[in-house]
Design a protein around this ligand. Structure first.
Ligand SMILES: Nc1ncnc2c1ncn2[C@@H]1O[C@H](COP(=O)(O)OP(=O)(O)OP(=O)(O)O)[C@@H](O)[C@H]1O
Ligand SMILES: [Mg+2]
Length: 533
């Protein structure tokens, strides 16, 4: 079934011409050369992946191709063979962008947001038009359950909001769909829905350009790949066995940077939550995180993963008790949680945790402990500066300029600032909601190393992970949520991804299930346990 039609039915002679032709494309933002002369042809039909490190120019390329920002030099030609200079040219040519930053209007309903993607459908003073709603429902098929259509978009979680953006783009019936890291914020179900959509769209003759840091997206979907390096095309060609290895190398973390071994201390509780109740049905009877322990939180979207993280970090009041190092912390106060030694990496960090107009250094130093830096104004400034520079280096923020306004960094580099800030300090507890979302493979390695470091320093870590691979890579213990409750809480060594998935879907997992995995060899899937010296 396909509800996607490709608008300009390609003339026979257009069939062989590329969907996009980019020539000598230069984009300069003040002093930054984001694209340094890019030549790319995107063939018609199929999926072309665009990959590269954070800051290599992927988003900039999509923004110029979709007419959102003007090129400094060079040209873009669309599927109709005509030049694209501005937004209206791109719209006319059937080029639709799903941006990296969320653009959903929270006060509108889901269907209204989807209908906004297609101005003609949404025409009229009010969007309350039957036809628009029907078209929105069609565009959302396979992406969103129909009962969500009349909900306000603000009620959706981040994954569903991303699916709304996708539906809005599809509602435009584009010829070329540009997707900027669509899977970074999607949960497992969302990723499946997206992959299905991309396949249907391409099956109907559409062209997809897909920016992603996830190997699985590229290898499962893309027929060709463009590798950007520093604003230039480093490689372009089909995805085939020969190039596959190169892509894998690019998108997989390098050899794990030396991770300090950490070991959970069973006699020392860092965080204990008991009887948490409230906030849309959250019901956590008991969660214990030991010092030196990394607890991975899994669950389907809507299961309460992010709610639990936010509650632990004081971002939302609930009834019940939270203790840090044996001392009770009032719930619902971020300040109190921070004072007790809880660092928080929120899910929606670009929206909530970045001060876009402030420098990278200022963003890194927010909440910096006074004690460490109380040394008189001059020496303090120097110490702050050195500290910011060290973090920029360690977390590979690019470009490595402490004075650059954070809002001018690429999406992944903004994420690194928030993570660096939370992980840099000595903490009793770190609560991290999807700590590596949107960052490239190399920074992912640095963030994992920093989590292991914090654990080795004796912090207890709670990390929400929707990617099973990451969950199993970093967790000492895995806690699965379903409908706001903890349905499974067990050492990683006794679990398999299948058991975690089953529990997250509400199936009971027998005490020693799956047979054989709780054997004396505690190594799931042949991976050596992390952090065991
Ligand atoms: N509005 C802007 N003003 C100044 N510099 C910018 C602006 N937008 C992007 N840049 C810079 O241009 C370069 C390319 O950024 P871009 O957002 O295209 O990277 P990206 O490949 O999408 O990275 P990521 O994987 O982190 O999303 C970066 O050095 C970035 O700091
Ligand atoms: Mg980007």
């Amino acid at each position: 079934m396909t509800d996607v039609q490709v608008t300009p039915s390609p003339e026979t002679e257009l069939r062989s011409t590329p969907a996009l032709v980019v020539r000598g494309l230069v984009k300069r933002y003040d002093a930054t050369l984001a694209l340094g002369g890019v030549d790319v042809e995107i063939r018609r039909g199929g999926v072309t992946a665009v990959v590269g490190a954070n800051g290599s120019g992927k988003t900039t390329l999509l923004k110029v191709v979709s007419g959102l920002v003007p090129a400094t030099a060079g040209s873009v030609h669309g599927p109709d063979g005509r030049a694209v200079h501005r937004l209206t040219d791109a719209q006319r040519a059937g080029i639709a962008l799903v941006p990296q930053e969320p653009t959903v209007a929270g006060h509108l309903t889901v269907w209204q947001n989807v209908a906004l993607g297609r101005p003609s459908a949404a025409r009229g003073p009010f969007l309350a038009d039957r036809r628009a709603r029907r078209l929105a429902a069609e565009a959302s098929a396979g992406l969103l359950p129909s009962h969500l259509l009349d909900q306000p978009a603000s009620a959706l979680n981040k994954s569903s909001r991303q699916l709304v953006q996708l539906a809005a783009a599809v509602a435009r019936e584009p010829a070329v769909l540009l997707l900027d890291e669509p899977t970074a914020v999607l949960d497992e179900d969302g990723v499946r829905a997206l992959h299905g959509l991309v396949r249907r769209f391409v099956g109907g003759g559409g062209t997809v350009v897909l920016v992603s840091h996830r190997l699985r997206d590229v290898l499962d979907l893309a027929g060709s790949v463009v590798v950007l390096r520093n604003g230039l095309v480093g490689h372009a060609g089909p995805v085939e066995p020969g190039t596959e290895r190169e892509i894998v190398a690019l998108l997989s973390a390098d050899e794990r940077p030396d991770r300090r071994p950490h070991r959970p201390d069973p006699t020392h509780v860092a965080l204990e939550a008991t009887g948490l109740r409230g906030w849309r049905g959250l019901q956590v009877d008991s969660l214990v995180v030991h010092r030196g322990e990394i607890v991975g939180i899994a669950g389907q979207s809507g299961s309460g993963r992010s709610r639990l993280a936010a509650v632990l970090a004081g971002a939302h009041p609930v009834s019940g008790q939270i203790q840090v190092d044996g001392r009770t912390v009032p719930t619902g106060s971020i300040a109190a949680a921070q004072a007790a030694g809880i660092a928080y990496i929120p899910e929606d960090r670009q929206a909530t945790a970045i001060m876009a107009n402030q420098s990278a250094a200022a963003n890194l130093l927010v909440g910096q402990s006074e004690r460490r830096l109380r040394r008189g104004p001059f020496r303090r400034r120097k110490a702050e500066r050195a500290h910011a520079e060290e973090l920029i280096d360690r977390f590979e923020v690019r470009p490595p300029e402490p004075d650059r306004p954070a809002g001018l960094l690429s999406g992944g580099n903004q994420q690194k600032l928030v993570v660096a800030r939370a992980l840099a300090r000595t903490r009793v507890v770190v609560v991290a909601d999807e700590p590596t979302q949107g960052v490239d493979a190399s920074a992912r390695g640095a963030i994992h190393a920093a989590l292991f470091d914090a654990a080795a320093d004796g912090a207890g870590i709670v990390a929400v992970c929707s990617e099973f691979e990451e969950l199993f890579e970093i967790s000492d213990r895995i806690v699965v949520l379903c409908d706001g409750r903890i349905v499974l809480d067990r050492p990683r060594s006794q679990l398999t991804p299948g058991a975690v998935l089953a529990a997250s879907l509400g199936s009971a997992v027998p005490a020693d299930d799956p047979p054989g995995t709780a054997s004396p060899d505690p190594t799931p899937a042949g991976r050596p346990p992390e952090g065991q010296p």
